[in-house]
Design a protein around this ligand. Structure first.
Ligand code: GLA
Length: 740
């Protein structure tokens, strides 16, 4: 999969689905030549037409003739202050205070498999599944080594990248910017995707034309956040969901990130991805290394669905881990919107009884079960039971719930501390703060300093004990504020710029310990909804709460956008009450059920107040979901019509042999005398025959002619599933004389 062609000084990563070609100049610069469509053999070299394109672009010292400039040429990793004026991949300040950095080739090695990234989540593969190229670049006068690490997967159009920076000198230097990867393209005929949002409105997908200058997508909140997601894709102008080239870039990290998209004066593109350089300075002592997180590139010639299906396969098989990786996920009930903080043992047990009746499998006790927590002003950090609400304790409640035939799970928010808590009384300095400086509160709480070993040990012990004593098989891990006043008293003044990243190294270490000690637990990642739903967290937690917004109409968009990269098994959705608690919208029960059933479904219902008809409807919905969840969670998912651009939302699920599937149709507003909507179903097999709803016909017919989808149900916020079933061939007797 990885060739180094010595005479051409060229690297070629290829697997029949993607090709990635780089070449070395005679003076050791590493140039990017091709990234994308598979090419069996790349025979030429020096294909870039002209190394100098205008005045005002200096040449490096190794080119005294002035026939080469770093300012224009596509490269693997731009450096700072040596004539490449585009955004750079790394920036350093050396002991003398200057910054010029040049990277030249030093060595490379090719190894089977995929090495782990020190202390960071990443995709994984065994020796048959991937091959890795490590190119060591060097700036000799600066005593700096940079390893550029590329892994190509054997049977997917995927190349991952990360970088290791090493100081082999005798003095420390400061890293001001340490990105993971840079991608240069020699044209700029692209649109790009971005996913801005906010709390309860995560991942609001936008497609925009690339423009000259630098456009930056980032988070400086101490979390990947709900405000921008660490993903972008470049698309050709003609690319749509089904055809055309796409390059997706997803960053496997949960903290501050930045994606810089630059179109230069010569219509060339650079995409740089890494840890944000805001709140980031890292002092690298002699012989120390710094490992950056991973970027996952997916190339698809088959439009956005092609890209998404690759991400889904990759994440299902090479990112999510553990016992639940490919397991059907349980239908849960969560008491949050049912009771908020106001519950006791009796009300929980009554809810559990009703939950069992409708077919729920897992009972989740949300916020409010610990300390003195009756609202959101207290007790975070006090992970022992709230005796006023649950006088007999949590293990007792858990046993009673299990005795009803349900599994038991709980909510925790371990990274936080309330000022009004026992933990704060004991450890008023355990949170992130700047000494003697006024501190901002978010949801009345402060953030524990995860860079501290003592904090992590405390959390490990208290959570390990909690999980063990209650026998929970599910944990919802929440994170409900963003960071301010970055400071950690245990670090030196110079190292304060390291807190933001050290926080995540600490969190990841804690998660590794807890998830290894409790393989039985299904962890659900949450941050006020999808505020940290990123691939970094997905490595530790096989599913995530996609949004606190449970309104079925808004959820269509949020789930649609999440499906760009996340497998459906990882995207959690719940059937909540109406009027909806976030939007006050009243949507039909069937639509709430259908939208949630298009993901990893659970319920959040006041079952005690339901009529027997309503209970029957819930039970029927859950039973239908259980029958279909393998297909939904692990089948092939295809987006067919975007709710971001249409009054409808359509997507489909197909099983592996393209025999059975489901087609979801959702309408936002009903219009009088609505035009008919015919949708083509490209996910079928053209050689098979299908029954779809009330229609039957050949796969080819449904693929090329399609199916009318908006004629069977009417009304605002309506939706339905069409079942897709393979049937024996339909043979039609030719009628020669129609009138005869
Ligand atoms: C966050 C979560 C909710 C709920 C509350 C509890 O907002 O996203 O689902 O758990 O916290 O306080």
């Amino acid at each position: 999969m990885i060739d180094y062609l010595v005479d051409k000084r060229q690297f070629h990563l290829h697997n029949g689905k993607i090709s990635y070609v780089m070449e070395l100049t005679t003076d050791g610069f590493l140039l990017q030549v091709h990234n994308g469509a598979p090419i069996k053999q790349f025979t030429r070299r020096d294909v870039y037409p002209k190394y100098i394109r205008s005045s005002f672009n200096p040449s490096p010292a190794s080119r005294p003739k002035g026939d080469f400039t770093l300012a224009v040429i596509p490269q693997e990793f731009g450096t700072y202050d040596v004539g490449d004026y585009r955004v750079s991949g790394i920036e350093m300040t050396y002991p003398d205070g200057t910054q010029a950095t040049t990277l030249k080739y030093y060595a490379h090695e090719i190894i089977p498999g995929k090495p782990k990234l020190a202390g960071l989540p990443a995709t994984y593969a065994n020796e048959e599944e991937a091959e890795t190229l490590i190119i060591t670049m060097m700036d000799a006068p600066r005593m700096l080594k940079v390893q550029l690490i590329y892994t190509i997967f054997a049977d997917l159009p995927v190349i991952t990248r990360s970088t290791v920076i090493e100081n082999f000198g005798s003095e420390s230097f400061m890293i001001n910017k340490a990105y993971s990867a840079g991608y240069d393209f020699d044209d700029a005929d692209f649109d790009y995707l971005q996913l801005p949002g906010s709390w309860a409105a995560e991942k609001q997908l936008e497609r925009l034309p690339l423009r000259k200058g630098v456009h930056k997508l980032d988070s400086r909140r101490g979390a990947s956040g709900s405000f921008m997601h660490p993903f972008t894709a470049l698309l050709r102008k003609e690319t749509n969901e089904f055809s055309g080239e796409v390059w997706g870039f997803h960053f496997v990290y949960s903290g501050n990130f930045a994606i810089e998209l630059e179109e230069d004066s010569f219509n060339q593109t650079r995409v740089n991805i890494g840890i944000s350089s805001d709140h980031f300075n890292w002092e690298l002592a002699p012989y120390e290394t710094f490992q950056t997180p991973e970027v996952v590139e997916v190339y698809s010639p088959d439009g956005l669905n092609g890209m998404s299906q690759v991400y889904h396969q990759l994440y299902q098989h090479h990112l999510v881990r553990g016992r639940h990786q490919l397991a059907e996920r349980p239908v849960l009930i969560n008491n949050w919107e049912t009771t908020y903080f106001d519950f006791d043992e009796e009300s929980l047990l009554a809810l559990a009884d009703d939950a069992k009746k409708v077919g729920v499998e897992l009972f989740v006790l949300d916020d409010g079960w610990f300390g003195n927590r009756n609202d959101d002003t207290t007790s975070l950090g006090d992970w022992f039971v709230n005796e006023k609400k649950l006088p007999k304790g949590l293990p007792d409640l858990a046993d009673k719930i299990r005795a009803k035939g349900l599994e038991f799970g709980i909510w925790v928010e371990p990274e936080m501390i309330s000022r009004r808590s026992e933990l704060y009384k004991e450890h008023p300095d355990w949170h992130i703060h700047v000494d003697r400086y006024p501190e901002s509160l978010g949801r009345n709480q402060l953030v524990l300093d995860m860079s501290r070993q003592d904090v992590r040990d405390y959390l490990y012990n208290v959570l390990d004990e909690l999980f063990t004593s209650t026998g929970v098989t599910y944990v919802k891990w929440d994170f409900n504020r963003n960071m301010t006043e970055w400071g950690s008293p245990l670090l030196t003044a110079k190292a304060q710029g390291e807190v933001a990243h050290r926080y995540y190294l600490g969190l990841y270490e804690l998660l590794e310990r807890l998830t290894s000690a409790h393989p039985e637990i299904l962890f659900e990642n949450c941050s006020g909804g999808g505020g940290r739903f990123d691939p970094g967290m997905t490595y530790y937690m096989p599913q995530s709460w996609a949004s606190d917004n449970t309104d079925a109409v808004e959820r269509m968009k949020i789930q649609y956008a999440n499906s760009l990269f996340f497998p459906i098994s990882t995207i959690c959705a719940q059937v909540s009450e109406v009027p909806n608690h976030q939007t006050a919208r009243v949507t039909p029960f069937a639509t709430r059920m259908n939208v949630a059933s298009s993901a990893n479904m659970g319920i959040m219902q006041r079952l005690g107040e339901k009529t027997s008809e309503e209970m029957a409807a819930i039970a029927e919905g859950i039973s239908w979901y259980k029958k279909n969840r393998k297909l939904i969670q692990y089948g092939t998912f295809t987006r067919l019509l975007s709710p971001f651009e249409n009054n409808y939302c359509i997507w489909g699920f197909m099983d592996g042999d393209q025999s059975n599937g489901l087609l979801f149709f959702g309408r936002i507003l009903q219009h009088a005398d609505e035009p008919f909507l015919r949708i083509k179903l490209p996910m079928l097999d053209p050689h098979k025959f299908y029954q779809i709803g009330n229609y039957h016909g050949s796969g080819e017919e449904f693929m090329k002619y399609g199916l009318y989808v908006n004629t069977e149900i009417h009304g605002d916020f309506t939706s339905m599933f069409f079942e897709i079933k393979e049937i024996p061939a339909v043979t039609e007797e030719p009628t020669l004389d129609y009138f005869g």
